[in-house]
Design a protein around this ligand. Structure first.
Ligand SMILES: [Zn+2]
Length: 154
């Protein structure tokens, strides 16, 4: 099997067996070497965003001292949830490898179908009530950003 995915699976077992979070692991590879490995830490950290992919993105960006991971690849034991999928895009990574998929995860009660339904506007129930308020005032920082000469682009 793939040597990087093997490490991601080891991480999934490690995190699960130490009760740090769900059975998910991930690694980030740069130039053929693992630069970050990790697992789900939601339970350990009480952070609902501490999914394996987010955990390794944070480790890799800290290590490299930059937010752009376009020269890195991510290996995740499971198909990333919508949050992680977006984070992988925000990090500008060019390759994602995963093994188990969202339907496999749903069978063990990690079901993110509801989030896909909300995004696709096909959800029949709303968990989060969404309110649009103060639209003009909220756009004021955009005006200043657009005119800011020394802005850091990402
Ligand atoms: Zn996720």
């Amino acid at each position: 099997m793939n040597k990087f995915m093997k490490v991601a699976i080891e991480e999934a077992f490690k995190g699960m067996r130490s009760d740090e979070g769900g059975p998910f692991g991930a690694v980030i590879v740069k130039d053929g070497k693992i630069i970050a490995k990790g697992h789900n830490e939601v339970v350990k950290t009480n952070d609902p965003t501490a999914h394996a992919e987010i955990t390794v993105i944070r480790k890799a960006t800290k290590l490299l001292g930059r937010f752009d991971l376009s020269d890195c690849e991510i290996y995740s034991t499971c198909e990333p949830c919508p949050m992680c999928f977006a984070a992988i895009h925000w990090a500008k990574m060019k390759s994602l490898y995963y093994g188990a998929n969202r339907f496999d995860a749903a069978k063990i009660d990690f079901d993110d179908q509801y989030i896909y339904d909300v995004i696709n506007k096909t959800a029949t129930e709303e968990q989060v009530k969404i309110h649009t308020i103060d639209c003009e005032e909220c756009k004021e920082p955009f005006v200043e950003w657009a005119e800011k000469v020394n802005r850091v682009k990402y």
